[in-house]
Design a protein around this ligand. Structure first.
Ligand SMILES: [Zn+2]
Length: 81
């Protein structure tokens, strides 16, 4: 899912707290772009885009972390058209 607003700001804050840096160039200038539920909502993988090299670094969030940012595991269920 695309990230915006409060959730985007929250996961970017979590990334700073976890001292996540770009896996490619080591930059701390990461912008949360997308979130992908892993099977069974065990983790929520956040994709952080680097402002410097524009490559993405994944950051898995535990249930405690993603609930803090307002993500609901019910959203992990497949979308019904
Ligand atoms: Zn980078």
């Amino acid at each position: 899912m695309f990230l915006w607003g409060a959730r985007k700001r929250c996961v970017e804050r979590v990334a700073r707290e976890k001292k996540v840096t770009c896996h490619h160039c080591g930059s701390e200038a990461l912008i949360a772009s997308e979130a992908v539920w892993m099977l069974g909502a065990a983790t929520l993988d956040i994709y952080l885009k680097c402002s410097d090299c524009e490559l993405e670094t994944p950051m898995p969030l535990s249930p405690t972390e993603y609930k803090r940012c307002g993500f609901d595991p019910d959203e992990a269920l497949p979308d019904v058209p």
